[in-house]
Design a protein around this ligand. Structure first.
Ligand SMILES: C[S@@+](CC[C@H](N)C(=O)[O-])C[C@H]1O[C@@H](n2cnc3c(N)ncnc32)[C@H](O)[C@@H]1O
Length: 231
């Protein structure tokens, strides 16, 4: 990487708004209908979950959020695609890194998506398109519609071997060189570990960086290298 990520300036006012939103979510005791989306299946098991627990266990925290924010600032994509909006925390970090860059975020759970949409209006985001869908039904269509753009894809849902490989291969098929894919939770399970190990062997990966909690893949032909970042 040419520029030092530590030198990327953060717009504190905007980040503060996202942090305030997360604090609000963390004290929200409302129970909402939440469907556990099965891996690669359309079988949905609906149950109730408290908003505060969804925010705590599934939403991006400040560390992850700032990471996404800096990555968007660094790579300057033409389009951002997120798989798994949840309450919109990761979405907002990426969207505020460049308010002129369109963000398409996909979520299969209407209850959380509605909360994210409302907050997006409150924070006056105009660059986010929220899509209620199973990833399996819409990802390829979205990738095809944006095929000549330098994409920044954040895969943050359906973390299992088969689906992760499937989404990655679709991105590789439709994304142009210099696009970036971030996969979350690459060491969350043996399954994800296996998926990551396989993914980094693909030829069109210019380089990969294993940040432990997530992995970055830069698409391109040259300089094949796999790095592991230590903290
Ligand atoms: C870890 S959360 C996303 C967190 C969010 N990206 C953030 O940064 O705060 C994963 C989300 O993906 C959604 N999801 C999982 N599998 C899905 C699928 N196959 N189709 C649509 N949504 C799915 C879940 O409902 C959940 O809200």
């Amino acid at each position: 990487m040419k520029s030092d990520l530590r030198n990327i300036k953060i717009k504190n006012k905007e980040i503060c708004q996202i942090l305030q939103y997360r604090s609000k979510l963390l004290s929200n005791n409302t129970a909402i209908t939440y469907k556990e989306l099965g891996a690669g299946s359309h079988k949905l098991i609906a149950k109730e979950k408290k908003v505060k627990n969804i925010a705590k266990y599934s939403g991006s925290d400040e560390r992850k959020g700032i990471f996404l924010y800096k990555m968007v600032k660094h790579f300057k994509p033409d389009i951002i695609i997120e798989l798994g909006t949840s309450l919109g925390l990761g979405t907002f970090y990426m969207a505020c890194a460049d308010r002129n860059c369109p963000v398409i975020t996909i979520e299969g759970n209407e209850s959380v998506l509605d909360i994210a949409k409302n907050e997006s209006k409150f924070q006056e985001f105009t660059n986010i398109q929220f899509i209620l869908s199973n990833f399996d039904d819409i990802l390829e269509i979205i990738l095809m519609q944006n095929k000549n753009k330098k994409a920044f894809v954040f895969i943050d849902g359906n973390h299992n071997y088969t689906s992760t490989l499937k989404y990655f291969k679709l991105c590789l098929k439709h994304n142009i060189d210099e696009s970036v894919i971030i996969i979350d939770d690459i060491h969350w399970s043996k399954d994800m570990d296996r998926a990551w190990k396989e993914i980094i062997t693909f030829n069109r990966i210019k380089y990969s960086i294993d940040y432990f909690y997530s992995g970055l893949l830069h698409i391109g032909a040259k300089n094949k290298n796999n790095y592991i970042a230590s903290f």
